[in-house]
Design a protein around this ligand. Structure first.
Ligand SMILES: *Cc1c(COP(=O)(O)O)cnc(C)c1O
Length: 386
């Protein structure tokens, strides 16, 4: 089976991990701050807080921004469930903004409409979580302008997008957001096995997230309620979690960072090749905004409704049967039973539902060979032929 995504691990990556295994610290050692610095420097952001997953990063980002009971958070329905669950962890409510028909990202136009309605009913969101789907950045300038007008916070879920650019600047620099989150799950662009990071230019937010990832405990005397009792002393000054990343993971991440640009360039090369190979097929290839340089975590095509009589499911099943590990990113979050039970109904975001009925993710990863890519396209041609 050709998977839809997979990691790319080199001998240097393996050596970096083995070096940590032979060192004094498997966790809470020097590799974690070194990895944080390397990502912060790469993105041009002041602070980076490494954690054990992007899900944890989203949770502590919401908490650091003060999201809690009585608040509402908005995100896109076309995302992994974690982008929405983080608000529920904090006791807040969640709602969804429909997608842009070209980028499949949270639409700034739909957001503007929904904000003006919410202002009328007094139910403005505390935070909005745009997701850079497939690695293509959202209309961050547009969303940021709305945040100034309506006073909400912004968390970029950039789980798909490290190594990409928005208006020629690195995604993750937080120019248009309070916090940006990356994921290092093995299918993502660089990996630490499991892992995530939250970036911010706000020192207070960084400090809060550092506390939240480790039980709410500080060893810094300036943050304590009184002078330390002695050199052993630490204080728990809030309620936090154990969301720490290990040094084993951080060393792998540091090593992966050295090939980040190469990884994204390879993904672009394969994406470009898909455009050529798919030109004659009844599919829509991913449209790219001129402001964006995608990380290309995913390669999502849409079946053109009028052009093939084969339904999406039939095409999907034929590809899987041919050994092509296609996937579907994503089921609209509010169509999940857990969310339906919260009251969400089919039809809430029509554009997202139309997308869900036509989208298929084709394999895209750095070690995908041209021969494998040809095989994907041949199988797709057969699967879509009338
Ligand atoms: C993968 C992913 C997450 C969760 O990442 P983990 O590191 O697995 O917790 C969150 N949001 C999006 C959009 C993702 O793709």
């Amino acid at each position: 089976m050709i998977p839809y995504g997979r990691q790319d691990i080199s001998d240097a990556d393996i050596r970096a991990v083995v070096d940590v295994l032979r060192s004094d610290f498997l966790t809470q050692g020097p590799a974690v701050p070194a990895f944080e610095r390397s990502i912060a420097d790469y993105c041009g952001t002041q602070h980076a807080v490494a954690v054990n997953s992007a899900t944890s990063a989203l949770h502590i980002a919401c908490l650091a921004l003060g999201v809690g009971p009585g608040d509402i958070v908005w995100t896109t329905p076309i995302t992994f469930v974690a982008s929405a669950n983080c608000a529920l962890y904090c006791g807040a409510q969640i709602d969804f903004v429909d997608i842009d028909p070209r980028t499949y990202n949270l639409s700034a136009v739909r957001l503007a409409e929904k904000l003006s309605q919410a202002e009328a009913t007094g139910k403005l969101p505390k935070a909005v979580i745009p997701v850079h789907l497939c690695g293509q950045p959202c209309d961050m300038a547009g969303i940021h302008a709305l945040s100034q007008r309506y006073g909400f916070k912004i968390i970029e879920d950039a789980s798909h997008a490290i190594g990409g650019k928005y208006k020629s600047e690195p995604i993750g620099n937080c120019r248009y957001s309070d916090i940006t989150v990356f994921s290092f799950h093995p299918v993502k662009i660089i990996t630490t096995g499991e892992g995530g990071m939250a970036l911010t230019n706000n020192e207070n937010l960084a400090k809060r997230m550092q506390l939240l990832r480790s039980h709410g405990i500080t060893r810094d005397a300036v943050d304590m309620t009184h002078a330390p009792d002695g050199p052993w002393y630490y204080q728990q000054i809030g309620l936090g979690y154990n969301y720490r990343m290990t040094d084993i993971q951080a060393a792998l991440g540091m090593s992966q960072m050295q090939r980040l640009d190469e990884f994204v360039a390879k993904r672009h090369m394969l994406a470009k090749r898909y455009i050529e190979l798919l030109a004659a097929l009844p599919v829509v290839t991913p449209w790219q905004h001129s402001d964006s340089y995608s990380g290309f975590h995913l390669y999502v095509i849409r079946l053109e409704p009028g052009e093939t009589s084969k339904a999406q499911r039939e095409v999907f099943e034929a590809l899987r049967a041919a050994g092509i590990g296609v996937n579907l990113h994503y089921i609209p979050v509010y169509r999940q039973p857990y969310y339906e039970q919260l009251g969400f109904k089919t039809g809430h975001c029509p554009e997202a539902e139309q997308y869900y009925a036509e989208a298929i993710s084709l394999p895209l990863y750095t070690t995908l060979t041209e021969a494998q890519q040809n095989q994907v396209v041949t199988s797709l041609r057969e699967a879509t032929s009338i």
